[in-house]
Design a binder for this molecule. Structure first.
Ligand SMILES: Cc1cc2nc3c(=O)[nH]c(=O)nc-3n(C[C@H](O)[C@H](O)[C@H](O)COP(=O)(O)OP(=O)(O)OC[C@H]3O[C@@H](n4cnc5c(N)ncnc54)[C@H](O)[C@@H]3O)c2cc1C
Length: 473
């Protein structure tokens, strides 16, 4: 992934706004660029645009949306910003947190009303760290469905997408102005495309083992559950152009991926009273701290696995998630009438699991206090029949990346923006602080759609200004 000199290059075609990557960030940038009157071109390395977005649950947190309002949910950008910072121990970039919290509501309203994405509010439980219900998802609660709606909207809006177009180099001048890019096709043919502005929407570096080893060594041997085509190109190009990066050790982990089935098991189970035990049948953490840091806690257990234990009532709650239904269909979810029978099915010591469930019952009824500090009293105690799933910890996506300003322009270490380079989603540094514990549920897609919208809007404006100047010369 190189940056080559632009001097003397003649491009096959010229576009006002080029967008590398067509996940949620790229699609949103393209829609915003169209709305701002430009003709964007998305370049996607895969045959079908999916990215990590299609692998996700597709749930986007946003404050002050019309959907929340209709449900009587009192939320505000300030409350959302406080929740983000609380999870990140006040170590997330303040300006970016304020920006994303403020833009989140208008972005969801815009996608719903202008571009027909049928969001509804996820109800029934709160994700860890969110003070109010603010997760918005499409009906099936899958990222694949979100991608389908975004792709249809982009087609309707007339945003062009070229697939099987692997961008492998940028062309830039000495000031850092990007003149264009080079794409490589599966048959090894090369094409070059000039652009007035460039949006990097090609996500982070979870698919690049060397970069993961360098910045996130604790997850180097873990299952990577995100899109393997995300190789860190944005960070590599940006830094070659003089950009700053931030929080490279931050990431979204997850402590609840069914193994060996590799299916995400919703954390709603834990938030509503379920527990995680290790192979000894014992709890090992406060499950309510967050699913991201739980990836590390689970991987530290014997065999690098844990077991989600819950009951029929929580099972019913989880059935609203397609991933969970798939896990049931795949045989990952076991059920039994007594703890001892469930222990036998999961290969756990029966006495230990029974004792752990007795403890959890005492915590829920307020007769005892959890030594890990979790408050169990908000949910009814677990009761027969019991359910269990064997899970492991995984790396979902990276949160470190290029530093951007309020227009999603990529910035140098001194804070000045590069001339015409924008970043959104996993390509940009997020709002999760420096490490795994700072990830608040939904920080990933929050950055993808809000920064995507800002990047597309401002890239379009910049390219229009560039055209006007060229025409007047
Ligand atoms: C299992 C799972 C569940 C998740 N659930 C949630 C959730 O519910 N809520 C949430 O907020 N976040 C969630 N996330 C995180 C979320 O998926 C990401 O934060 C988000 O999808 C990032 O969007 P993006 O557009 O930046 O990247 P992506 O969707 O990964 O898109 C990047 C695209 O760029 C393409 N690309 C890369 N390099 C190049 C190149 N050189 N040339 C051309 N194309 C290139 C890739 O092929 C890819 O299609 C989850 C992640 C996982 C893995």
């Amino acid at each position: 992934m190189s940056v080559l000199p632009a001097a003397g290059v003649s491009f096959d075609i010229e576009v006002p706004v080029a967008i590398v990557g067509a996940g949620a960030a790229g699609m949103t940038a393209a829609l915003a660029a169209r709305d701002a009157g430009a003709e964007p071109l998305m370049l996607e390395r895969d045959a079908v645009a999916q990215g990590s977005t299609a692998l996700s649950s597709g749930l986007i947190p946003a404050a002050g949306t019309k959907i929340q309002h209709a449900k009587g949910i009192a939320d505000s950008p300030d409350l959302f910003a406080a929740d983000i910072q609380h999870k990140a121990r006040n170590e997330a970039d303040k300006q970016l947190v304020t920006l994303l919290a403020r833009e989140s509501g208008p972005t969801i309203d815009w996608l719903a009303e202008k571009h027909g994405v049928p969001f509804t509010l996820v109800e029934g439980f709160l994700y860890p760290g969110h003070s109010v219900l603010r997760m918005h998802g499409t009906p099936r609660r899958t990222g694949a469905e979100l991608m389908a709606f975004l792709s249809e909207a982009a087609t309707r809006a007339g945003a062009e997408l070229v697939t099987q177009a692997h961008v492998d180099a940028l062309y830039a001048d000495a000031t850092g102005r990007v003149a264009g890019l080079r794409i490589r096709r599966p048959d090894a043919t090369i094409e070059s495309i000039g652009c007035g502005a460039l949006v990097l929407a090609c996500s982070g570096f979870g698919g690049n083992p060397d970069l993961v080893q360098r910045y996130i060594p604790e997850m180097a041997d873990a299952l990577f559950f995100g899109h393997t085509g995300n190789k860190g190109d944005a960070v590599n190009w940006g830094t070659a152009l003089g950009a700053a990066v931030r929080d490279m050790g931050a990431y979204q982990g997850h402590g609840s991926v069914a193994t060996p089935h590799n299916i995400l098991i919703t954390w709603a189970l834990m938030m509503e009273g379920g527990i995680q035990v290790n192979a000894e049948g014992k709890r090992f953490s406060n499950e309510h701290q967050g699913y991201s840091e739980q990836s590390v806690a689970v991987l530290a257990q014997p065999g690098r696995v844990a077991f989600n234990i819950y009951d029929h009532r929580r099972h019913e709650l989880a059935m609203q998630f397609e991933d969970y239904r798939n896990a049931v269909a795949a045989g990952a979810v076991k059920t039994a009438v007594t703890p001892a029978q469930l222990a036998a099915m999961l290969g756990l010591p029966a006495d230990a699991l029974t004792a752990t469930l007795e403890d959890a019952h005492a915590f829920a009824t307020g007769e005892a206090e959890d030594r890990f500090g979790r408050d169990f009293t908000g949910s009814a105690p677990l009761g027969a029949p019991y359910f269990g799933v064997k899970v492991t910890g995984a790396l979902f996506h990276t949160q470190g990346g290029l530093v951007v300003d309020a227009q999603a322009r990529v910035c140098r270490p001194d804070g000045t923006p590069l001339p015409n380079l924008f970043a959104a989603g996993g390509a940009a540094a997020g709002v999760s602080g420096p490490a795994v514990w700072g990830y608040l549920s939904g920080n990933g897609l929050l950055s993808a759609v809000t920064l995507g919208r800002l990047a597309g809007t401002h890239a379009a404006r910049l390219s229009r200004r560039g055209t006007a100047i060229a025409a007047s010369n």
